[in-house]
Design a protein around this ligand. Sequence first.
Ligand code: PLP
Length: 409
Amino acid sequence: MYGAVKEELAQKLSQIQSEGLYKAERVIVTPQGAAIRVRDGREVLNFCANNYLGLSNDDRIRDAGIKAMEAWGYGLSSVRFICGTQAPHKELEKKVADFLGMEDAILFSSCFDANGAVFEPLLDEDCAIITDSLNHASIIDGVRLCKAKRWVFKHADMRDVEEIDPDTGKQAKGLERCLKESQGARIRMIATDGVFSMDGDIANLQAICDLAERYNALVMVDDSHATGFVGKTGRGTWEHCGVAGRVDIITTTFGKALGGASGGVIAARKEIVEYMRQKARPYLFSNTLAPSIVGGTLKALEMLTATTELRDRLAANTERFRTRMTEAGFDIRKGVHPICPVMLYDEKLAHAMADALLEEGIYVIGFSFPVVPRGKARIRVQISAAHTEGQIDAAVTAFVKVGKKLGVL
Ligand SMILES: *Cc1c(COP(=O)(O)O)cnc(C)c1O
């Protein structure tokens, strides 16, 4: 059989290549950080990691991970409910629930798994899920796994309307319209990313919670691009938007700002978490989190609870980059998030510019269709607390040089 499959895959792969969508992987030969080395030996400044707080290779987190491994072992070879629960797992669930302002929390190997877990146990065919059109792939997949009827609302559109979306040419509904249409459902849940990864825009949780209360729906927020640094004390978009106590379920990752290893969580009201422990399939049928990751994440939460220094430095770095790039004449999507999309619109230009920036020692990635809408190609810059002011300025200087050469400025 394989001969035919091989042929088909070769064709599909060359199609991907000819469409310019082939994802090559650059090999890094150092730990993750603001400055890294790639395989040809060059040192480059990294502006494309989710290492928002610079904790990916932080000494205190590494030490905590090593100590946890020494005390609790390398792995547990078990799922949680058989023999995969140690005291630190319980401690992390308590601490992360507190950090997120929730009653309880349940750990997963990843946030992808948390999102794959969260919908199916709660929502049956007589229920409804109402989801933002730009939600992360893992929410989309989680929704697919549940039997609830699905409504998709146009990204960030809170209105009671249905109209043609100029970006897609298709009919699109606002959130309130979806809520009106789904009134017959037994349980309804609105699901949204807290921060959308391509634009760095923050969900309007005030409006979403208002509508949820008016139309009697649950609210679920995936705060993967927010936990640890968005909001005054880094608790996430619920803090930034001032909706404490009004969100029912938060999912998030330990694989971005909180040290960047891996792991995810559902934090929620206590009955929801208790029910997930009984029913969530990625929890019941996938291995427990490794002790080193539990120890490292506990340390990250301890550090971020003690001081807001890192999130404050990240905010200052973000402001510095956004201001200087705007002054230089670049079109940066407005916002406050360390995801800074440098809009170029033209797909070829975005990739050419990213390549030219790498030559200048600045590692960034160009994004184009289908990751972002056609004609909205961009370079996504991600700022970190680990960047020095000098490194931020070096990035701006390189952008200006390359921007002039390619006719952007
Ligand atoms: C990164 C991300 C995830 C996946 O998190 P992992 O822990 O790496 O699986 C899920 N949702 C959103 C919004 C993300 O940005």
